[in-house]
Structures are given as structure tokens and as C-alpha cells.
Design a binder for this molecule. Structure first.
Ligand SMILES: Nc1nc2c(c(=O)[nH]1)N[C@H]1C(S)=C(S)[C@@H](COP(=O)(O)O)O[C@H]1N2
Ligand SMILES: [Mo]
Length: 527
């Protein structure tokens, strides 16, 4: 194999990545200028509270628009990974438009400036929907973004043309000078942009982390029964620590709610509209209970489910103050950011269960990601039809009169949590040593309760696993299954039966419209 004869001469080390054509250079300039404009916005958002992050603002706008086709994308209801993907998409599209701006800027600088201005305006406008945005600061930051973007575009385009003032040369005499200079200056701006954005973002994350205040103390404190946790290495703990608890919501940044000004309003089909402050709310008896909550978009074997000890007040104590009218078949929870969940009134009023307004989670104030200062917890219902975080309104209406957030996107209007079970140990597709071992996992059927869990290995008959001591019907259980591992590759399946006698069905289904069905099946190898 031989390289073309003059290949070595053409490759100039160090600047071989420099944009070669005039168009390439202009596009490069546009990308760098746009990136710098975004970066100054992200930087200011971190440094000055009230300044919106441009990327997060546009991303949140896209989520809130619920674009057609979103249902496929959001089957996972915006887990953390989806949010990062969305941010990256927004950034890549912005930089792509930046490249166009650079190309246009060569011949029509005014038009290029106009596009940058429009672009900044979209960012500012999107940010105004966030209650934390301060209008004047948003506009000020927008002006800074425009100034930075426009200036850098102007200067670097001049460099790209070779008339940056510093080197009054012509392309004919020093053809490489402008390219080298462009690469160095553009590169410096790009590096600075990345650093400024990263710095801004790290400050922004910290800005939004506080959940001040203490947890109210429950009159009757609950604790775990002995035997509630089988304590098997690799098995999900029976109570999931807050830091490990799954998080699902449509908020790119969790709302920052001040609990001293926060209010909960109960209205609609009630006898008396009631508005409670945090301090008024905790004058009601404070209770605590363990409840397992689950996401409808959890796939078979997935981990969008968790069990925590919730502290708060009885939802029905609050509702009794307002007097729910007969005929009000739906309770709509609304969060400070406008998200809604609708639960059947009959479900929350059933004396067999104790729905609550939760204020604490595992002994701490609700973390911001989980709804500080208050959220709804309804045993037995999937999160999207009940568990409103950052709740600020409970509106009573009929099931027919209102569709909450996810319903028009193709999810069921009424959605009790399905019975599901999962194998945690061994981890699928891993290798375990031969000899006696335990398979283990969790199973849940809130708030019917799990009656039994069965395991089948290599298509042998299903045999019953041993369960942890249940905390209550509203919580999951752990299960363990002793087995003597023989070398070779194996397949394990699990299925649970709830207290009504209903066993999980075998065929795997998609999560939509009302939850995934099917037996969790894993393969593993015994060495
Ligand atoms: N305000 C608000 N509350 C919300 C949501 C949301 O998007 N916004 N998502 C719901 C969904 S789909 C689920 S599964 C649970 C998840 O609660 P967690 O994040 O505390 O685990 O919150 C529910 N409450
Ligand atoms: Mo969910």
C-alpha cells in the first residue's frame, strides 16, 4: 500500500484540522461565535440567580410543546438520560444554525446578525415560562449573548478573510496566515466557551440544591419489621436511599419552591375553597408510612420503582376541610410548573388506603428532585396519575372534564400499578461461580400486596421463593431463591402473584398505555 506521492507534504502537522475552504472557515467561525454566545448565557445563569440557562430554557420549551411523535421519544417519561440527550440535541442544533450564520455572514453580515438576534430572542422568550426567571436579567443576558456572538462573528470572519488588521496581507502572498490565525483564535474562544459553560452549569446545579427546613415529626413513628430486609449483596435495599431513588418528571431543572411562600389550594367541585400555607398544613396530624411508588414507563426488569418512608399529612384530612362534592370523580394535582396528574376520587377516598401530602422522604425534607416542599403520594397508583411533585393545587372535577398531562399523549386515564417482579442477583449476562448461591430480587403489587414469588430456572417448573417480611400491602418485598449453580449458561425467570390471586402474565408488552407486562427473564453463566 502506498500513499499518494505528495500526501506527506500536504499534511501540515498541527493545523491539518483547520477548515480548508473559505466556506468551511466561515462555518467554523459561525459555530465558534454561536457557541460563545450560548456559553456567556450559561455562565451568567450560574453566576447570577434569576438569569435563565439558554439551553435549558429551549429544552424545557420543547418538552412543554409536547411535539407530535413525542410519545415514542418519551415512553420513558424523561429519565435522566433522556434529559441529557435533549440538551445535547438543543446544543447541536444551535451550533448547526451557527454554521449557517457563519456562511451567510460572509456576504450578508446584517442578515447574520439578524439571525443571531432572533436566536437569542427565542432563548429569552422560552425562559420567561420559568417562574425563576427574572425578566430584566433574562433580557440583559440576552443582550450580552448577542453582543458576544455578533462581535466574535464579526472579528473572526475578518480573520478568516485575512483582513484582521494585524496582518495586512493578501491571500496571494501569505495564503496560510489567516488560516492558522483563525484556528488559534477560534480555538481559544471555543476552549473559553466550554470552560465558561461548565463553570456556569456547576454553579447553577448548586444554586438549585437547597431544601431548607426540618421534617415535621410524625406522632406515630413507623419502623421496619425484623426480616424486612434480606440484606443480600447486590439486592436492592428494601428502603431506597434518597440519593439512589429513581427520578421521573418533565422538569429539566427541578422547580425551586420557597416553602415560606408556598401554598396548597383545594378548589373546583368542593363546598369551600381552601388555601393552606406550609405552617397551616403541618398543624394537621403528621403521619408517616412506607409506600412503594412506580413509574408506568418501567420496562420489565427496569428500575423506575422505589420504596421510601414518607412523612406528611393525610390527604383526606386536607380534603375534609374543603368538602369534596359527590359527582367530583377526579382529583387533579397541579404542580408549580403546571404539570398535572388526575386520580379517581373513589381511589383516594377509599378508607382502605391512606393517600398523603408528603413533606419528608426517609427522614429528610423532600429533596428538590422529589417535589420539595410537598408532593402527593397515593398508594397503588402509578406516579403519572397521582404523585404530583411540587404540588400547589388540588382541583376536583369529573373524569370526563379534564385530561391530565400524559393522557393526551396516549397513556391510560386510570392506571393502578401492575404486579411486577425483578431479578437483581445475579446481574444479567454476568458470570457467577459454581456451587450454592442465591438468586434474589424484588416484587411489588401496591397496594394489593405480593402473595408469592416463583422462580423458574432453565424452563424447569416454577418454584416458590422466600419473601422478606412485608412492611405493608403498599410496599414491595424482596425475594430469595437458593440454587446450586452448575457450570454452563442458564436462564432464570420470575413471576409474582398478588394477594387477589392474580399472577403476572408471561408475554412481554410495551409500557404504554398502562404499564408493561411479562416475566423478567435473565441469562447468566456459571463458570
Ligand atoms: N410535577 C411533577 N410531578 C410528577 C411528575 C412530573 O413530571 N412533574 N412525574 C410523575 C411521574 S411520571 C412519576 S413516576 C413520579 C416519580 O416520582 P420520583 O421522581 O420522586 O421518583 O412523579 C410524578 N410526579
Ligand atoms: Mo412515571
Amino acid at each position: 500500500m502506498q500513499a499518494p506521492p505528495d500526501a506527506d507534504h500536504r499534511a501540515e502537522p498541527g493545523i491539518s484540522a483547520a477548515p480548508d475552504s473559505a466556506a468551511g472557515r466561515a462555518a467554523f467561525v459561525g459555530v465558534v461565535a454561536t457557541g460563545a454566545a450560548v456559553a456567556i448565557g450559561e455562565f451568567l445563569a450560574g453566576v447570577v440567580p434569576g438569569v435563565p440557562s439558554p439551553i435549558l430554557s429551549v429544552g424545557q420549551q420543547l418538552i412543554d410543546l409536547q411535539p407530535p411523535g413525542a410519545k415514542e421519544f418519551v415512553v420513558s417519561l424523561f429519565g435522566t438520560a433522556d434529559k441529557l440527550a435533549l440538551e445535547i440535541i438543543v446544543l447541536v442544533v444551535a451550533l448547526g444554525i451557527g454554521a449557517l450564520v457563519g456562511l451567510i455572514g460572509r456576504s450578508q453580515p446584517a442578515r447574520a446578525m439578524g439571525i443571531i438576534a432572533a436566536f437569542v430572542a427565542i432563548g429569552v422568550a422560552s425562559s420567561l415560562r420559568d417562574p425563576e426567571t427574572v425578566l430584566t436579567l433574562a433580557v440583559g443576558s440576552g443582550l450580552a449573548e448577542f453582543a458576544v456572538g455578533a462581535t466574535i462573528l464579526d472579528r473572526l470572519l475578518a480573520v478568516a478573510r485575512g483582513d484582521d488588521g494585524r496582518s495586512p496581507t493578501t491571500h496571494a502572498t501569505m495564503p496560510d496566515w489567516s488560516r492558522r490565525s483563525l484556528l488559534i483564535r477560534g480555538g481559544l474562544v471555543a476552549v473559553g466557551s466550554v470552560a465558561a459553560s461548565a463553570f456556569g452549569r456547576s454553579l447553577l446545579a448548586r444554586q438549585r440544591q437547597t431544601t431548607p427546613g426540618a421534617v415535621p415529626v410524625a406522632e406515630d413513628q413507623v419502623s421496619l419489621p425484623t426480616g424486612a430486609d434480606l440484606s443480600i449483596p447486590g439486592l436492592t435495599p428494601i428502603v431506597v436511599p434518597n440519593a439512589d431513588f429513581y427520578r421521573i418528571d418533565t422538569a429539566l431543572i427541578p422547580p425551586n419552591v420557597d416553602r415560606t411562600t408556598w401554598q396548597l389550594r383545594i378548589h373546583g367541585m368542593v363546598d369551600r375553597e381552601v388555601t393552606l400555607t406550609y405552617d397551616q398544613l403541618i398543624e394537621l396530624p403528621v403521619i408517616e408510612q412506607y409506600v412503594t411508588i412506580a413509574c408506568v414507563s418501567n420496562r420489565v426488569g427496569g428500575d423506575l420503582v422505589g420504596n421510601a418512608k414518607w412523612t406528611g399529612v393525610r390527604l383526606r384530612d386536607v380534603l375534609d376541610m374543603a368538602g369534596v362534592q359527590t359527582g367530583a370523580t377526579q382529583m387533579v394535582g397541579r404542580s408549580v410548573d403546571g404539570w398535572t396528574a388526575g386520580s379517581p376520587t373513589a381511589w383516594v377516598m377509599d378508607p382502605e388506603r391512606e393517600p398523603m401530602i408528603a413533606l419528608g422522604m426517609n427522614g429528610a425534607p423532600l429533596p428538590r428532585e422529589h417535589g420539595y416542599p410537598a408532593r402527593v403520594i397515593v398508594p397503588g397508583l402509578f406516579g403519572y396519575v397521582s404523585a404530583t411533585k411540587w404540588v400547589t393545587e388540588l382541583e376536583f372535577t369529573t373524569l370526563e372534564a379534564f385530561d391530565a398531562y400524559w393522557v393526551p399523549l396516549g397513556w391510560a386515564k386510570e392506571a393502578p400499578i401492575l404486579t411486577q417482579s425483578r431479578i437483581d442477583v445475579p446481574v444479567r449476562n454476568t458470570q457467577v461461580p459454581a456451587g450454592p448461591m442465591k438468586l434474589a430480587g424484588v416484587a411489588w403489587a401496591p397496594d394489593r400486596g405480593v402473595a408469592s414469588v416463583e422462580v423458574s430456572i432453565d424452563d424447569d417448573v416454577f418454584r416458590e421463593a422466600t419473601l422478606s417480611v412485608p412492611i405493608s400491602n403498599a410496599t414491595w418485598v424482596q425475594w430469595e431463591f437458593p440454587w446450586i449453580a452448575t457450570s454452563g449458561s442458564h436462564r432464570a425467570r420470575v413471576r409474582a402473584t398478588d394477594s387477589t390471586g392474580e399472577t403476572q402474565t408471561e408475554t412481554a408488552t410495551r409500557p404504554d398505555p398502562n404499564g408493561a407486562r411479562g416475566w423478567h427473564t435473565i441469562s447468566f453463566i456459571v463458570a
